[in-house]
Design a protein around this ligand. Sequence first.
Ligand code: DC
Length: 235
Amino acid sequence: MQKKMIIAIDGPSGVGKSTLSRLLAHRLNYVNIDTGAMYRCVALAARRRGVDLTDEEALVRLCRGLRLEFLRNDGQERVLLDGEDVTEAIRTPENSMRTSQVSALPGVRRAMLTLQRQMGAGGGVVLEGRDIGTVVFPEAEVKIFLQADPVERARRRCAELQAKGLEVNLDQTVADVMARDAADSSREHAPLVQAEDAVAIDTTHLNIEQVLERILAVVQGQVERSGTALERTVP
Ligand code: DC
């Protein structure tokens, strides 16, 4: 039996990873795994349970006990934490900053790495994050690294939050995006870096369909080069 591919989509926040990974997974009939949402759930659970963000041991224990579920409901992806729908709650600016802090801790990353490898091991998955092509699945058949100008990424983040009825401030969002970029890129463990064999795509002046077409062309190229299966074939 041929194995379906593992597709890694890495890049900074606001670059279009979530939308593209979801569309790509839908087109290929693959499962989409949003690893950022996993770290976001750790940060939210820590706040709710009063776990200090500097207490690494307590955070690791918290990670081991978390029940995370990704559901697709009426075409919408929902994230459940211990049975509760936290899709919106994990994306507030405050939880985003806290997430940057917890995701820098090596113990937390190890716990999440184990989960992510289990979830992706069978192939037929699109994983999006910061370290998928470098650490989680360095052997992924397709690696995409998305980039975009930080001001454009902040504009996209504001539009997204506004559409959800939240108040936004562009200057503050640009500052937040740059602070998170700096934290994610400079941390000691699994920093945000482009894998040597990743294909880089700058999305600043491209719309979602144009980026999706480019990614699909990379996927198709890999299928032709290696004979990897897009669909699972019966032996
Ligand atoms: O992709 P996102 O914005 O939802 O990610 C939230 C935070 O989690 C971000 O600060 C970086 C971190 N993260 C990470 O360290 N490693 C990943 N694989 C995914 C996200």
